[in-house]
Ligand binder design. Structure first.
Ligand SMILES: Nc1ncnc2c1ncn2[C@@H]1O[C@H](COP(=O)(O)OP(=O)(O)OP(=O)(O)O)[C@@H](O)[C@H]1O
Length: 376
């Protein structure tokens, strides 16, 4: 799939902008703080209806404007489809093929995106929350029902934690309501966990050989799921739910004492091992970067396998962070098959032929000042 056209109205530092993109590689060139990342973010938001940089949608609307709009035309499966996401003080709306989607989970998946930004290089080293976010976003766009379970889970978790705090304060023994929340949490928790295991199994199939190749046959990558509950990939969803229920019952007293939910997918993590050493704690920066790159490349292939179309790839300021070898591995892997957007302040630092053939858009203060691409 690829984006044919993008229009912005009152989005961040863009008043109005319409761009027609090349279906291969597009370079967004500009000095610092001109709006390169804002443009990448807009594409990301068109796919996910939320930003990768902020949880606050209000920040996406241009200062002093009433609303902000992103419109795009995506070519996939031989059709050109209009997408639209609008933000205002009343909330956000997402339209697919001119029809407003009631639930955002019905919209997500319309445009598949893989983003690789400098902060992703910290995926291995960063907090468990970052790794959970990574799997959640990826599963969500392949299987939107996952988003429904995640949203439900978060809602119930909040209510359950409030109740646990209340029980802690009141020191009551009546846990009828807690039981109801526990059952609901176990149900959605198992739906999440089951899909995470399934996703990881497929991710490994791609990421392990890619990692071996990038490391010139030197590094064996392992990806494990870390849970506080004794669950395994071979369990079915029902068994996972029962395991959660048993564990919640066992932990009930300590949960009330602590006033919070102690187990569940919101506490889980991923562990990356290279040649039997934990990369997070013992990996070199190079190994951590190779791991992040292998995961991103694996994601691209996995989306192709699952949805039958390559996603759009956003490389925000990341190429210059990779050494020449990793840079050309990445660009060789996507060459000719994945529509790619690259931001940079200086194109000279990227020698690869893919970039030399790219369409180049120069951005200055939220305006497209030059489009000197293929017809240079
Ligand atoms: N809601 C908003 N309304 C108007 N302008 C905004 C808004 N949010 C951010 N900006 C402006 O957008 C600009 C930053 O753009 P962006 O983050 O895309 O920079 P960039 O071109 O990627 O630069 P760098 O290379 O430094 O990352 C800043 O000038 C900032 O003031």
């Amino acid at each position: 799939m690829y984006i044919e056209e993008l229009s912005l109205v009152n989005y961040r530092n863009y008043d109005r902008l319409t761009i027609h993109f090349d279906h291969k590689v597009n370079v967004i060139l500009g000095e610092n703080a001109q709006g390169k990342t804002n443009l990448m973010e807009a594409i990301y938001v068109l796919g996910f209806t939320k930003s990768h940089r902020t949880p606050r949608d209000k920040e996406l609307i241009q200062w002093d404007a009433e609303y902000g709009k992103i419109k795009g035309r995506v070519f996939k499966k031989n059709r050109s489809l209009p997408l639209e996401v609008i933000f205002s003080s009343k909330g956000k709306k997402a339209k697919f093929n001119h029809i407003e989607q009631k639930r955002l989970s019905d919209y997500i998946g319309s445009l598949n995106i893989v983003m690789f930004a400098p902060e992703d290089l910290n995926l291995v080293k960063g907090s468990p929350q970052e790794r959970r976010r990574f799997i959640d976003m990826e599963i969500g766009q392949i299987e939107p029902v996952y988003i429904y379970h995640l949203n439900q889970y978060q809602k119930i978790l909040k209510q359950r934690n409030a109740l646990l705090k209340d029980l802690q304060r009141r020191r009551t023994k009546d846990t009828t309501m807690l039981q109801i929340y526990t059952e609901q949490l176990a149900e959605h928790g198992a739906a999440i966990l089951f899909r995470r295991f399934r996703f990881l199994k497929k991710l490994r199939e791609w990421a392990v050989p890619i990692h071996l190749q990038i490391s010139r046959d030197q590094e064996n990558l392992k990806i494990d799921y870390l849970s506080k509950v004794d669950v395994s990939e071979s369990m079915d969803m029902e068994k996972m739910r029962d395991t959660y229920l048993t564990e919640f019952n066992r932990k009930e007293e300590s949960e009330i004492e602590r006033g919070t939910t102690l187990i569940g997918p919101h506490r889980d993590d991923l562990v990356f091992t290279v040649n039997d050493r934990n990369v997070q704690h013992f990996g070199s920066q190079g190994q951590q970067r190779t791991t992040a790159l292998s995961l991103k490349l694996a994601e691209i292939e996995l989306i192709y396998q699952e949805v039958g179309d390559y996603p759009v790839l956003l490389l925000d300021d990341v190429l210059s962070e990779l050494d020449d070898y990793r840079q050309s591995h990445l660009l060789n892997a996507i060459q000719g098959k994945v529509q790619t957007f690259v931001t940079t302040t200086n194109i000279d630092g990227i020698a690869h032929e893919t970039i030399r053939e790219a369409e180049i858009f120069t951005i200055h203060e939220g305006k497209l000042v030059e489009n000197n691409g293929l017809d240079r």
